[in-house]
Each structure stands twice: as structure tokens, then as C-alpha cells.
Design a protein. Sequence first.
Length: 486
Amino acid sequence: MTFSPAAHGHIRLIGIAGMLWSLSIVAVPCAASIGALRVASGLSRPVYATSPRGDTERLFIVEQHVGRIRILNLRSGTLNVTPFLTVSGLATGNEQGLLGMAFDPNYAESGLFYVNLTRSFSDTEIRQYRVSAADANVADPSSNRLVMTYDQPFSNHNAGWLDFGPDGYLYISTGDGGSANDPGNRAQDITNQRLGKMLRVDVSVDDFPADDRRNYGIPPDNPFVGLAGDDEIWAFGLRNPWRCCFDRLTGDLYIADVGQNAIEEVHFQPAASLGGENYGWRVMEGNRCNRAADALPCRDPSLVVPIHEYGHGGAPDGGFSITGGYVYRGPIVGLHGTYFFADFVSNQIWSFRYQDGVKTDFTNRSFQLTGIGGSLRSISSFGEDALGNLYICDLGGEVFKLVCTAELAGDFDGDCDVDFADYAQLANAWSTQLGDAAWNAAVDIADPNAGVMDYRDLGLFAEKWLTEVSFVPVPPPPPPGAGRRR
């Protein structure tokens, strides 16, 4: 039997792995730093970003007025020249156009995806498309199939979010039809009125074969099935829900609703909800009575109050138009369970945690997330890729990714944590040196200029083992002249 130093080294590494596992009880915090790294630019009014389940290579970005869906290659950081899809005939008002996109949960097999758009005659359409059989980076425009359409009496409050819930049904947010103060009281009208709602439909069946404007099914447990009220409605009382999200771990639904003259708000619907919630508009704007003369009294017990609200005003506490985000479930473990959201006008980014009915850790993130490699302003949307990484779109044409910027020795994958994923990289490069096929300069942490991976690097790695970034908020002082304005 021939003795192999490399093999002997790997045996020692296995023993060290066991020792590290035995220490996997307490994580030691270190100084925190996160940032927003620009990953794409030169886009035309990006308003959404998403990926199909399991596709860790691509991010799909929705461009509002030109009606394009672009593909960002996450490994190379390049945008495909040919759009994934281009939709024509769109309305191009400030709140109109191509507004949302959702991939079928079984996209890898079905190739189906759905878009939410406003046509040039101002109706909303929910459409189904299919990826091209010949090219996974191009959709087949001829596969267009209308799922649903509804009238938009005014050009504003189109909402536009849609996504599949953990139950496999498609959820669609709709605005109240526009103008101001919901002149038709559409958000409270649940009979033959889909505006101001959260809709829930089954796109795998067609319960209306004779109606070419309704190509979907009604989930049998929707709250108004068999009762007075439209069967498509899941919840109501919304003004202009601009970006909602499902927590990919818990299935809870967060709804950010743009306010009228005073309040921006975030609503929470637990995964166990049976639907039927009334979120209050136009009777209420947040916790403020908006229409005392309406039939339903203000602060009626049937109304669901928001879990968070803020007033109209300047930074750092206020704004004028909320942009909803996501509950972070990406590689930065210390941020798990944190809901991020922003304001389009004041350019503030905030976060909080919400669990068991209690909101904690409210933090203004604006000073951390100013934009690395670009200027993060006019935040139009957040996005999420298949790994749970968080992205931020600005209407000026840029997309940013939330990243860890802490310089932490041993954190080879940049997730603000030294853990077994990093150990795997270290083990793969063990006993290698500059010029070897398996050489990885990133793991040569003790003496980066030595050009060899050895016990000195392993010693420093063990010292940092299970060190993670602490995200305890430290409120920054308000900038000069940042008083509230009305």
C-alpha cells in the first residue's frame, strides 16, 4: 500500500469536520454589513424580477412599457440580447403596461408562465404563454392564451402582481379601478366586481368553456363559493396592492397597499387563512377613518388592520407610495424571516420581522442599501430568484442584489456565515497550490501570497468557524434637513 500525503490530509480533514460539527451549537456574531450590488443596467423601466423554481442560472426581468421580459444570466452577469418575450399593444400610462409575471410551479415540465398587463384600451388581461420548444431562452408568442380580463375605468391603480401560492392556485392582486377615493366603492363591492381584490383561481382547469374571456377554474374552497359574492374573490378591501409576496418557507402572504392621502400599509394573511378578509379600503386608510359616511362603519370589527403603516412625509420615517417586497430566505442566514419593503418616492428601504402576531426588529436599511456600482432610486419592485436571493428594481433601469459585504475570513460563498458550505470549498482545495486544477485562491486566507492551501489556512478557518454576521440594527442619524413635509 502506497502512502499518499494528499489522502492522509483528507483523512485529517474528515476528523476536523467531525470536530467542527461538535462545535455547531453556538454561532458567534461579528460586525455586520450588507449592501445592494448592481447586477444589471440599461433596462427600460424594470418593474419585476423572478425565476422559475429550480432555475438557479437565470433571472427574468419585466420591462413595463416596452413589454419585454429580459433574461439575466446569473453566472456571467450578462443580459441576453434577444428578449424572452415581447408583448405589443400595451397601455403606457404611468401605472400601466406589462406589470407582473409568474411561472407555473411545474414550469420545468409544463413550460407555462403567466403575465399581468394593461391593454391599450385600458383593460387588464391575465395571459398564459409557453416557452419555445426549440429554445429555453425564448417564449413562443403564438402560445398566448387569455386566462382572464376585467375592465379598468381609470388609468391608475392597476396593481399587477400575480403568483402561485403554496396551494398551487394563482393569486392576482387588483386595484380599485383608479381615480381617487374609489368613487365606485369597488373595493367593498363583492358582487360582479373584481377590482380592489385579491383573486384566487385554478389555471389547470376551465370551468367556463363557453366563455372565451374566462379560461380558469374556481377553487372549491374560495370563501364566496355558494354565497353572495364573486367566486373568484379571495380577499377584498384593497386600494392598489403594489407588490405582494408569499413567504417561501411559511406560505404566509404579505400585501403592500398604496395609500390615498395619508397612510401606506402592509397587510399580513397567515398561510392557514380561509380567505374572505376585508382589508378596509375605502372605509379605512390604514388605521385612519377615511369614509365615515359609508354603510360599513369605521373600525368595524370585521375589518382587518395592517401589521405596519407609515405616514406621508419625508425620509427617514415617511414616504408617499409603498413598494412591497419579500421575506428574505436567501443565503444570508442571519436575515431569514426579515420582510423588506420600500417607498417609491422617499427612496427609503425598511425591514421588520413578524411572527406570532408580533412585529420586531424594525430597521431603516436605506443607509446600507444605497447601491454598489449604481444609484438605487425610484424603487419600483423587489424580486426573488430560485435560491431566495433578494433583488431590487429601480425605474431608472437598474437591478440590484442584496449581498453580504462583511469581510469575514472563511466566508467563501459570501453569505455572511462561516459554515459547512464554506468547509466544502476548503476541503475541495485542501493540499493544493497555485497551478493545480483544484486550486482556489479564495480559500488561501492565512497567507494569500503563499500560493498554497495548508494548515495555516485551516487554523484560521477553524478560528472563524460558525462566526456569522450579526444584524442588530443601529439606527443612523437622520440626514440634515430631513424634516417631515405635508
